[in-house]
Design a protein around this ligand. Structure first.
Ligand SMILES: C[S@@+](CC[C@H](N)C(=O)[O-])C[C@H]1O[C@@H](n2cnc3c(N)ncnc32)[C@H](O)[C@@H]1O
Length: 411
């Protein structure tokens, strides 16, 4: 399992190496060197960070560092024009692997839209691939929403989404609109596909019974990780409640991801939030053996364990504590309407029937699609590590995706 430790990279099949998160973590020295333009961009990020560090007295929490290197306007990884997704980027997400992913997810979304009515709202829509496949799937299910709204913080990703939709779903693109902020009230389905893992966490450490918060300080011209003592307060209380009782331990807590879900829940009229991501229920997340947490970087299809490596050029991410997300939903008045592994969910949604409809089993199209379905559902790839959580405003039966394998009791 990938954690905060460095692993020597073993030989991985090309496709598996592109998964986010991939199965192995590479030592920083073995990663491909950025080109001159990328190095110049990273130097500009470090310069801007140095100003922020100086203003903050020389140290900022890792959470603030991550927020800066991922989202600072014009500089951050997600907002500064790097390719990010796909073969020439840093990682590939489930929607990019196969249109069958969105087609299967559409079965679940359609069931909720039939029950509640309303719109689809997708946060952080990446290249727009999932929007295309969901809209097509919902059309096939005769459950098209009047409006498909996208909340996207990155101006260049917005443009990429517009282009994908115009090219691949021209007849449906008129239903799509982009939001600048969460709506005051929403009805329908909110889709969070690999969004919560991109919300910056705090990293806490307990050593010899004393509590610390991990942060970033200057060292010479560069940056260094530095733990500072953490007094009693809300942040430490999260660590005290969640970390294993004994032993030295470091891991993440993510109040911002919880706040996002609580905020969404508070704005819900009638509807369901579907959160799909890599992560665990709390008992597994804070397992005594996962003693260095789950924070990792993705750079050019390799995973690495150094958040300070080439600031602004790496995707930096942490696994999701699904128990915390479910609790946030419940605080906002939602009920947990389903929790499943991605494999259980996609199989329940009929992904194999959709695969069978791709073409004759010996055709190239079929074989490509079958390989993608294997990646999406195999326990050794995305099938077990990725989970699907449904949070709903009513207490109705779970949707079709949770019929085969509802794991709510594990939360
Ligand atoms: C790893 S990408 C996933 C993109 C896409 N959903 C996919 O699966 O291909 C994470 C995305 O989440 C977005 N994101 C992070 N926090 C967000 C927030 N609070 N609201 C909206 N989008 C957010 C990021 O900007 C980024 O586009």
């Amino acid at each position: 399992m990938v954690g905060g430790r460095s692993y020597t990279s073993t030989a991985t099949p090309d496709a598996a190496a592109r998964l986010r998160p991939p199965p192995d973590v590479c030592p920083a020295a073995s990663l491909p060197e950025p080109d001159a333009a990328a190095r110049a961009h990273s130097a500009a990020v470090v310069q801007a960070l140095a100003r922020q560090l100086a203003e903050a007295g020389g140290w900022i929490p890792l959470e603030a560092y991550l927020r800066f290197v991922l989202y600072a306007p014009g500089l951050g990884y997600y907002v500064a024009g790097a390719r990010k997704f796909g073969a020439d980027g840093d990682f590939v997400t489930a929607p990019e692997l196969s249109p069958l992913y969105g087609a299967a997810l559409a079965v679940e979304v359609a069931a909720h839209l039939r029950r509640h009515g309303g719109d689809v709202i997708e946060l952080g829509a990446g290249t727009g691939r999932l929007a295309v496949d969901l809209l097509r799937g919902l059309e096939a299910e005769c459950a098209l929403p009047r409006r498909y709204a996208i909340l996207e913080v990155s101006p260049d990703l917005r443009e990429r989404q517009r282009a994908t939709l115009a090219r691949d779903a021209a007849g449906l693109a008129a239903r799509v609109e982009w939001l600048d902020a969460l709506p005051v009230r929403w009805d329908g389905v909110v889709v969070l596909n690999e969004v919560l893992d991109a919300v910056p966490p705090h990293v806490l450490a307990r050593r010899d019974g004393a509590w610390f918060e991990r942060g970033v300080a200057r060292r010479g011209d560069g940056l260094t990780l530095e733990d500072r003592s953490l007094g009693p307060g809300a942040l430490r209380a999260l660590g005290e409640a969640r970390f294993p009782e004994r032993g030295d331990y470091a891991s993440e807590v993510n109040p911002a991801a919880e706040a996002l879900v609580e905020d969404l829940g508070g704005r819900a009229g009638n509807g369901t939030i579907l959160a799909i991501d890599y992560g665990f229920p709390r008992g597994e997340y804070y397992h005594p053996q996962r003693a260095t947490g789950t924070l990792m970087g993705h750079y050019r299809h390799r995973a690495h364990a150094d958040p300070l490596l080439w600031p602004g050029l790496s995707d930096l991410t942490a696994h999701v504590d699904f128990t915390a997300i479910a609790e946030a939903g419940v605080r906002a008045g939602l009920s947990v309407a389903g929790f499943a592994t991605q494999a259980g969910f996609l199989l329940s949604c009929g992904i194999l029937d959709r695969l069978a409809a791709v073409g004759p089993p010996r055709s190239i199209d079929y074989m490509r699609a079958a390989a993608a379905v294997q990646q999406l559902t195999s326990p050794a790839e995305m099938g077990e590590l990725f989970k699907v959580l449904a949070l709903a405003t009513d207490t109705a039966e779970p949707g079709p995706g949770f019929r085969l394998a509802d794991m709510r009791r594990r939360l």
